[in-house]
Design a protein around this ligand. Structure first.
Ligand code: ZN
Ligand code: ZN
Length: 241
């Protein structure tokens, strides 16, 4: 009997983040409001994408000092619901979040990068040790899901040639030194003139994606745009500059 009712009156699709009904959008209005409300107070640095208070200049203090070899954008600051979702996805293995989280990345492409169309999506690789512990690379799942929606190819063509310790709590300078030369493009593959969309989950100091971008550019890529789920907020000039 229940089967007939659910066929006659199908329940509305549920939000992949909170389980409430969601209408036609990929998540419900409440989650969308929470995930996009930062736009009322913050705007991305036009190069690295870290978030600055509205009304502050176009560039953050880091990029004013040393412009990175890429442009980056993120779906929002690493806090609140977005932080919880990344935690669930990355550390609690909730892989079903890959598709809805990749839709957040798609929204950033559409909204902040004006429908930018790359030639290829490339995920940031995990170190082999971390891959053993986690059993999946979150950046690869995100890149595959986004590539599927966009109808674009995805290739995990970056290799980590040097394992690095977890970079949390290290200064930007130490991070940069540790990841320098840590990546190379598989099989000396040439990427002449190709526009690459590099995917990762969180942008912290940009040291990891910077080292990845350098490897891709050295192999001939025309440009590298970085897309992550979350990034940091810069409230005031950081003291460690
Ligand atoms: Zn929801
Ligand atoms: Zn910046």
């Amino acid at each position: 009997m229940k089967g007939i009712f659910s066929w006659l009156f199908p329940s509305p699709p549920s939000c992949p983040f909170c389980g409430r009904s969601r209408g036609n959008f990929f998540c419900c209005d409440c989650c969308w409001e929470e995930l996009s409300s930062w736009r009322r107070d913050l705007h991305p640095c036009s190069l690295c994408g870290r978030l600055l208070p509205l009304g502050e200049g176009k560039l953050c203090p880091f990029c004013e000092k040393a412009p990175p070899p890429f442009i980056a954008r993120a779906a929002g600051p690493y806090r609140g619901l977005l932080k919880e979702l990344i935690w669930e996805f990355k550390y609690r293995g909730r892989r079903s979040l890959a598709f809805p989280l990749s839709q957040l990345l798609g929204q950033v492409l559409f909204r902040d990068l004006k429908g930018y169309r790359p030639d290829l999506l490339v995920p940031v690789p995990l170190s082999s040790q971390r891959l053993k512990v986690r059993s999946f690379n979150q950046a690869e799942l995100l890149a595959s899901s986004l590539a599927l929606s966009l109808g674009l190819p995805v290739e995990p063509l970056l290799l980590r040639v040097k394992d690095t310790p977890p970079l949390v709590d290290l200064s930007p300078r130490t991070r940069k030194q540790l990841v320098q030369g840590a990546f190379r493009v598989e099989g000396k593959r040439r990427l002449e003139g190709r526009k690459i969309l590099l995917i990762d989950d969180v942008f912290t100091t940009g040291a990891t994606v910077g080292a990845c971008a350098e490897a891709l550019l050295l192999s001939g890529a025309a440009e590298v745009i970085v897309l992550t789920l979350a990034t940091g907020i810069i409230n005031s000039p950081p003291s460690f500059l």
